[in-house]
Every structure is written in C-alpha cells, then in structure tokens.
Ligand binder design. Sequence first.
Ligand code: AMP
Length: 217
Amino acid sequence: MNLIFLGQQGAGKGTFAQYISEKKGYVQIGAGDLLRAEINAESETGKKVKEIINAGKLVSDEIIAELVAKKIEKEKNKGIILDGFPRTLKQAELLEGILEKLNLKIKAVINFSVSDEITFERIGGRLNCKNCGKVFHKKFLPPKEEGKCDECGGDLITRDDDKREAIKQRLEAYKEQTKPLINFYKEKGLLKEFNAEPIFEELKPDFEKLIEEIENK
Ligand code: AMP
C-alpha cells in the first residue's frame, strides 16, 4: 500500500510517517531528507539546491522528481509513504508518470491540517539529527541527552530553513503551490482529512485507526 502525506509545515507529516514506518514496516520517502542528503554529500545537485532550500523556496520540479523516482524504484516492493512530495501540481503529474512506469498505485492521500500559529511553534523548536535525519523537538519530543540523537548519537541542529523568516516563506510557497493538491486528490477520491492540531501522543490512536481503515479498504 502506497500513501501520500500532505500538509503545511509543522503539521507532523514527517513524524507520523516515521512513526507508522517504524511500526508497520513502510518506507518513508521524505523529499526534504533526499535533498538534504544531496547537500551533505556535496553533490552537484546538492550545490544547486542549497541556497534555494535555505531561503525557504521550492527547488525545481524536475530535480526533486528525479530524486524521488530513483528512491521509489529502489523501494517499490515495500509500502511507500511519500512525505513532502508532490508539492506542486506539476510534481503530482510527474508522479503519475513515475508510478505508471513501475506499475504502482496510490491508495490514499492524507491531508494533515494545522493553523499557522502551530506551524511557527512546532517548526521553531524542531531539531534534526545531522547524521541520520531523525527529528526531535525542544518541547514536545526532547532527546534523552541534550544536543545528541537518541538513535545514532549524531549532533542535533536547527535547520537554516526552520528559522522564522524562512518559515514565513515556506508557508507562502505552501499556500500558493501545494494547497491546490488537496482538490486534485479530492477529485480523484483519494483524500482523507486529518486534524493534526492536538499533540502527537493524543493523535496516535486516531491516526492508527485511519491507517488501518485505509489498509482494509
Ligand atoms: P521539508 O523537509 O519537507 O520541510 O523540505 C525542506 C525544503 O526542501 C523545502 O522548504 C524546499 O525548499 C525543499 N523541498 C522539499 N520537498 C520539495 C518538493 N517536493 N519540491 C520542491 N522543493 C522541495
């Protein structure tokens, strides 16, 4: 079963994807993680996208589609959760082509919704492991040892694009370019709405119920 997770920054797409992947063996494909891996590796693609990402803008549809396509092809025998891709209508169209070629289908698209205030609060406190990408939060999900990843011991950092000005820019990009995808998938009968305003711990049972409903459909 393959899923798409939609939602503005701070809605918890990545956290929900990480949780359910660990629990049920799905493979989380995080578009931002793929891009950050290119930056860390100092590849040609990484050099091209670094400034764009730090400014909170979207990288080109072709670049991200190519990275995601490679990863989907590698993981195609497992259930996939696309987290952060597609983010534009053009990417949604490119995704249709990628899936068709591999004979894969999307079973559902979950739209995680939150207010802008929650976005600022959640993203402002976020910490990322520099080494493995695991996500923590100063207030809501602190690591056991300050500044260190529970999983691999790597250093925890605040991403440049998690600073306030960049968050504003990312919200604008979301409203202009990503929001239209909600209707796109609604019209295809794939959309499931999920109110992600309460804290993660409170939402776990409802989220698991939703995943089971989709699995059993
Ligand atoms: P994320 O970790 O999903 O918040 O993504 C971090 C940044 O990577 C975004 O602000 C964009 O600059 C870039 N990015 C991630 N996914 C995409 C995408 N699907 N299309 C274009 N840019 C993306």
